[in-house]
Ligand binder design. Structure first.
Ligand code: ADP
Ligand code: ZN
Length: 708
């Protein structure tokens, strides 16, 4: 077994990373001490490594239980691409394939075996597992997506319940349960159902620091807004919509606008769905337009943005759906398009629920989403509060922290509004109150005699939208109430009266009407790295297609970025890049390094233009003067003129080398350069001998440099 102080070495050796993510090291250590573990980490936190690294360091086989065949395949592909012995057994394999994999296991070639629970616990398989245990040993059971064991979770799978038999049959083999589920109810359930023994419990923060959260007021031309948003991003993205019809429509319109996009929803055939999903995972297509049916069980780490075109149903689903961005830890954007016009759609869906209790819960959840969307605090603080976590704010990576909305005193407007509610006898909703305030000539207003009220027309100076914003803010701040029995009538409460009696000020955050800011900033160095990144991205795609694996299996985006920034020029430098193991350097290094070299050379191509002094020398040279004559005319030494001419040659100016160097000397000088390198004139001269002088060598070297 490895010494603990060399865990970092093992991390670099097997996975190419230099440091552990928060929590990982301690989990690995405890796993190496054969402790039962419950690991709760948000998506992208790096759970896999917590059981993979111990599996590689301990003798024997680690059995990984995973619910979905597609996930197994991905993880096994990624491990094998790192030269690690991993395999899976499932129903898609032929009998002989299963046999040969079982043989490999018994020969100790495999460190990680992935299986679905029902197969693992099948009568047929357990005797084989006994054999493995007695011949090479089972080092651990790792239960991925462990929340599937709990009926309290959102993804209960009865077959997971059978796992308790593992504990009975193999009481001494440690168990690691891993999940991204946040609720403590499910966490307790996992411990019980799997009968974990005094497990080490590791709950990582649910904060995802690399995600940028923002909410944009959804414009009436929402599609154009979406298009613009997509065009401002690079890399893969998901657009979530509420309805299938909308998914189809938006995917179609994006295609028409030359964006490569495909739809995904439950109304499509299984085959069409899995084709589209695969094309997305393999980077054949940039955008997946989808209902929430998409995303469960897909494990694409390099999704760079997730846009919610419609309101999500609750904050937990928003967190999970938006959380599909940036699993690789690189910066990613989560944008929510918010318009109060969308609220009735969701209300309608809630109204369809048969159970009044369910309706109440759903309404409360919707309220929380609206609070998030309209909130002026740090978005992270709001989301994490939902998961019972305190976050101090000022994250510097959300719209509210980066572009705080101005707070204004709207006490007088609030008094106007509330007194209008009072004068309408607290029997009407927002729209009617605003109509009265703005002096509308609608029939309904006159019908109730509200055009005669003292508040009629006192709010003409503000738009209906501004009044709506105020009304929502009053509701949020608890300065006014609304009935929830389906009619949404505005009611005054104790605090409303305090406002009316001038005992309380009203502050509201004013949404700027200007268009949402974009963050794109351009600097030339960055532009160069981006160009190279694109080339490496294409190379990765080619290599991936060739092997039929998703591109991220070859290298993560973060590694490509580092390559683009550091431009490693040889294999040794290449191996220093985070995410590159020796194994991968051997497999792909050559191709990546030569792509990088090619890029660097092309970047140098735009040749500098000759300066004035160079041009004067060139003009004299073109009058057929010798080097000495030019030197004399210009009052410089011959050395300087030779320098000029060499530089002119490198700058691709019309200087004929044959006039300056005897043609038969050219080849030997080139040979010498190729043998001893171009850098030192002295070394080249020593190699060539007395018959060659420095000016000749320097001029030929200039010509050689231009040609290479
Ligand atoms: P989870 O299963 O928790 O969603 P993964 O195990 O898939 O997360 O890891 C997410 C990403 O983070 C993967 O691309 C993985 O290679 C990367 N990763 C994990 N640990 C580290 C680390 N210590 N350093 C850098 N990248 C890491
Ligand atoms: Zn913030």
């Amino acid at each position: 077994m490895y010494q603990l102080q060399s865990l970092e070495e093992a991390l670099k050796h097997f996975f190419g990373y230099d440091t552990f993510r928060p929590g990982q090291r301690q989990i690995v250590e405890e796993a190496l001490h054969n402790r039962d573990l419950l690991v709760i980490m948000p998506t992208g936190g790096g759970k896999s490594l917590c059981f993979q690294l111990p599996a590689l360091l301990k003798p024997g086989l680690t059995v990984v239980v995973s619910p979905l065949i597609s996930l197994m395949q991905d993880q096994v592909d990624a491990l094998r691409d790192n030269g690690i012995g991993a395999t899976f057994l499932n129903s898609s394999l032929s009998f002989s394939e299963v046999r040969s994999r079982e043989q490999a296991i018994l020969r100790g070639k495999i460190k990680l075996l992935y299986m679905a629970p029902e197969r693992l616990l099948a009568e047929k398989f357990l005797p084989f597992l006994d054999t493995v245990q007695s011949q090479i040993g089972v080092s651990a059971f790792a239960i991925d997506e462990a929340h599937c064991v709990s009926a309290w979770g959102h993804d209960f799978r009865p077959e997971y319940r059978q796992m308790r038999h593992l504990r009975q049959r193999y009481p001494n083999i440690p168990m690691l349960a891993l999940t991204a589920t946040a609720t403590s109810r499910v966490q307790q359930d996992i411990i019980q159902q799997l009968t974990l023994r005094q497990p080490g419990i590791h709950i990582a923060s649910f904060n995802r620091p690399n995600l940028y959260y923002d909410v944009q007021p959804k414009q009436r031309q929402a599609y154009n807004q979406l298009l613009k948003q997509i065009r401002s991003h690079q890399g893969s993205g998901i657009v979530y919509c509420l309805s299938r019809r909308q998914v189809d429509e938006i995917a179609f319109r994006l295609q028409n606008d030359q964006i490569s996009a495909l739809p995904y929803h439950a109304g499509m055939s299984d085959e069409a769905r899995s084709t589209n999903q695969n094309r997305f995972i393999r980077d054949d297509v940039q955008i997946m337009v989808a209902t929430v049916a998409f995303g469960m069980g897909i494990n694409k780490p390099d999704v760079r943005f997730v846009i919610h075109y419609d309101l999500p149903r609750n904050l937990e689903s928003y967190y999970q759906e938006s959380g599909r961005a940036g699993r690789d830890g690189e910066l990613a954007h989560c944008t929510l398009f918010f318009s109060t016009r969308d609220i009735p759609k969701l209300d309608y869906i809630i109204d369809q629920k048969p159970d009044p209790q369910e309706q109440r819960v759903a309404r409360q959840q919707l309220r929380q989403v609206i609070d998030y969307a309209e909130g002026t605090e740090c978005r992270r603080t709001i989301v994490l509060r939902y998961f019972g976590e305190r976050f101090p704010g000022n994250c510097d990576n959300c719209d509210n922290c980066c572009y705080p909305k101005p707070i204004e005193d709207w006490t007088i407007e609030a008094q106007k509004f509330l007194s209008c509610v009072a004068r309408c006898r607290e029997r009407f909703g927002t729209t009617h109150i605003i109509d009265v305030l703005r002096g509308s000539r609608k029939k309904k207003v006159e019908q109730y005699g509200h055009h005669l009220l003292s508040t009629y027309g006192i709010g003409k100076d503000k738009t209906a939208d501004a009044w709506k914003m105020l009304a929502r803010s009053l509701l949020h701040q608890g300065l006014m109430d609304e009935t929830t029995d389906g009619y949404r009538v505005l009611k005054l409460n104790k605090r409303s009266w305090e406002v009316l009696r001038k005992q309380r000020q009203v502050q509201i955050a004013v949404t700027p009407t200007s268009k949402a800011q974009t963050l794109a900033e351009i600097n030339p160095r960055k532009a160069e790295a981006e160009l190279l990144f694109e080339r490496l991205y294409r190379l990765r795609k080619q290599l991936a297609d060739f092997q039929s694996v998703p591109p991220y299996v070859i290298f993560a985006d973060s590694s490509l970025k580092l390559m683009a920034r550091n431009k490693p020029k040889n294999l040794e430098e290449f191996t220093q890049i985070s995410g590159v193991t020796d194994y991968k350097a051997n497999q792909y290094g050559e191709q990546f390094v030569s792509e990088i070299r090619g890029f660097c050379q092309e970047q140098q191509l735009p040749v500098p233009l000759p300066s004035d002094t160079h041009i004067k020398t060139l003009q004299l040279y073109q009058q057929d003067l010798s080097v000495e004559e030019i030197a004399e005319r210009r009052g410089f030494t011959s050395r300087t003129i030779i320098n000029h001419l060499s530089e002119l040659i490198e700058m691709q100016q019309p200087v004929d080398l044959n006039r300056l160097v005897a043609p038969e000397k050219k080849q030997p000088i080139i040979k010498a350069i190729q043998t001893v390198g171009e850098h030192s004139l002295r070394t080249i001269r020593e190699h060539l001998g007395e018959n060659y002088d420095y000016p000749e060598i320097q001029l030929v070297r200039a010509w050689w440099r231009r040609e290479h």
